[in-house]
Every structure is written in C-alpha cells, then in structure tokens.
Design a binder for this molecule. Structure first.
Ligand SMILES: N[C@@H](CCC(=O)N[C@@H](CS)C(=O)NCC(=O)O)C(=O)O
Length: 276
C-alpha cells in the first residue's frame, strides 16, 4: 500500500492511499481520516460511500466531515466509486462505468472483470484496514446518492459488520429507478431475479434491520424522481422500522446539502459506535 498524500486536519491526519486490489484487479485509491484519538487508542470507523461521478476525493474535500469525526473520535473512510484505468471497461454516460460502480459485483461482460465493488467494500477493504490502522473493529456506514444506496444495501446484508447506517439522498429502490435499471441490466444482466440483493427497499422488506436508520433528503433535490424517498418512507412506516427520514426544505442534491447535515450524521453514528 502506498501513501499518496497526508495532511494534518483538525488535530488528526487526512491521508490518501493507493493499493493493488485483488478483488477489482486494478490499483484502487481511498481516503482515510484518523482523528486525534487514534494516536492513543483504536477508534471506530465510519464508511462514506460516494455518488455518481465521484472519486474518493469529492466527499473528502467537500463534505466537511473531518471536524465532526475529530470531535467524536471516529475514523472516516472514503473509498472510490469504481475501478479505474485504461484497461477498465467504461461508458461515455456519466452514470455507467467508471465513477458509477453502484457497489455491485458485476456478472456481465465487459464489466465482470473489474467491477466488483460489493466485495471490495464488504471483504477486501475491511481486512486491509484492520491490518494497517488503529481501528477497533466497530464500523458504521453512510453515503450519498448512489453511495447512499451502497450504504443501505451493504449494511442490510452485513449487519455483523456494520452497527449503524445512515444515508444522504440515497437511491432507495434502484430496481424501479432510472438510476438502477440501466446499470443493473448492464452489470447484472436482464434477469431481474438477480437485482434484488442490491435494492435497499427489497432488502429491508426481506431482511429487516435491527437498529434504527437515519436518512436526510433535500426536498428541492433535482433527482427526486430517481431517488424515490417515498418508497422508503412507505416501507419504514409499513414495517414500523425505527428510524428517521427527514425531508429538508430547500436543499438540493449537492455537497452543500451533505455538508449541512454531516454533523448530525457523524454524531448519530458516534452515539451508536461509541456505545459499549
Ligand atoms: N453530473 C450528473 C449528476 C451527478 C451528480 O449529481 N453526482 C453527485 C452524486 S449522485 C455528486 O456527488 N457529484 C460530485 C460533486 O458534487 O462533487 C449530471 O449532470 O446529471
């Protein structure tokens, strides 16, 4: 693993690392923030999965989460959103291919060779992080948009790995959305029977979630038609699922929205991850 950059930040360190990923078959880059508390003890980790067109860098530089993580003693992880490179399949559309991995394991050509973001996040990265950094093995997960979809689906399927889950403007029902149907058809094939394990609403119906859920959604989000928060709201009400889905008046889909509610999310995860 190579250290690419390292900067002091709110008394901790914001680093960027590059490593050879066996799962994705290419070099992958991630950002890791270690709070000041990590100098004296292992700390919990909050994963942040980013949305369409993002690299590891967008949230790291725009969401302003480090200040809150330093206050609460949480590490932050910012993975990339897809494999990248010249030898990696891509598409000219912004919502397919590089920058748009959708946190699935692709099964279809030409994607299957490298697009294995589900296994990368669930299996490969946790092992790498636990081996190299002062983390105490307790993790929560959040994300924005496509990354909110990743956070919800990965948490629901891996409750033993993630104790807490939240999301900013997540795609909650991708099997019924233009942000989902196109990509699942490309990555997973046209048989929709293989899509459900990557759909937060279908997974919550099937598996439930033992904790509570925090979702913030801008009421002026330009992508509400694709995000469909009403599907998750209906389901949470039907299932009497503990949690909060907050429609935030006036906020759009941008990182100004994420930054505005980042403090709430970090505190919310810290309360659950720091609990004995
Ligand atoms: N660029 C796309 C939208 C992509 C987009 O809004 N991406 C969000 C996540 S879904 C994002 O975080 N973009 C990067 C940024 O704002 O830094 C479009 O023109 O329709």
């Amino acid at each position: 693993m190579d250290l690419v950059t390292q900067n002091q930040c709110f008394g901790g360190t914001q680093s960027v690392y590059r490593h050879a990923s066996a799962v994705c078959g290419v070099e992958m880059t991630f950002g890791l923030y270690l709070p000041p508390q990590a100098r004296t003890r292992p700390v919990p980790l909050l994963w942040y999965l980013s949305g369409l067109t993002c690299t590891h860098e967008n949230a790291m530089v725009k969401a302003g989460l480090q200040r809150h993580a330093a206050e609460h003693g949480l590490a932050l992880l910012f993975p990339d959103t897809s494999p990248r490179g010249e030898g990696v399949a891509d598409d000219e559309a912004y919502d397919l291919g590089q920058g748009a991995g959708f946190y699935v394991n692709a099964t279809q050509k030409p994607w299957a060779q490298h697009y294995r973001m589900y296994d990368y996040v669930v299996t490969e990265l946790p092992a790498l992080l636990e081996a190299h950094f002062p983390l105490n093995g307790v993790s929560g997960i959040t994300g924005h948009s496509m990354g909110g979809h990743g956070a919800l689906t990965i948490a629901f399927r891996n409750p033993e790995r993630f104790r807490s889950v939240s999301a900013f403007a997540p795609i909650v029902n991708p099997t019924r959305s233009d942000w989902g149907r196109k990509q699942f058809s490309a990555y997973l094939g046209d048989d929709e029977a293989h899509w459900g394990k990557y759909d937060a609403c279908l997974l919550l119906s099937e598996l439930g979630w033992r904790g509570d859920i925090l979702i913030d959604q801008g009421a002026a989000d330009q992508f509400l038609g694709q995000l469909q928060p009403e599907a998750m709201a209906r389901l949470m009400a039907e299932r009497r699922q503990p949690g909060m889905l907050r429609m935030q008046a006036g906020y759009d889909h941008s990182y100004y929205f994420v930054a505005s509610f980042g403090e709430d999310h970090v505190r919310w995860h810290a309360e659950r991850l720091n609990a004995a």
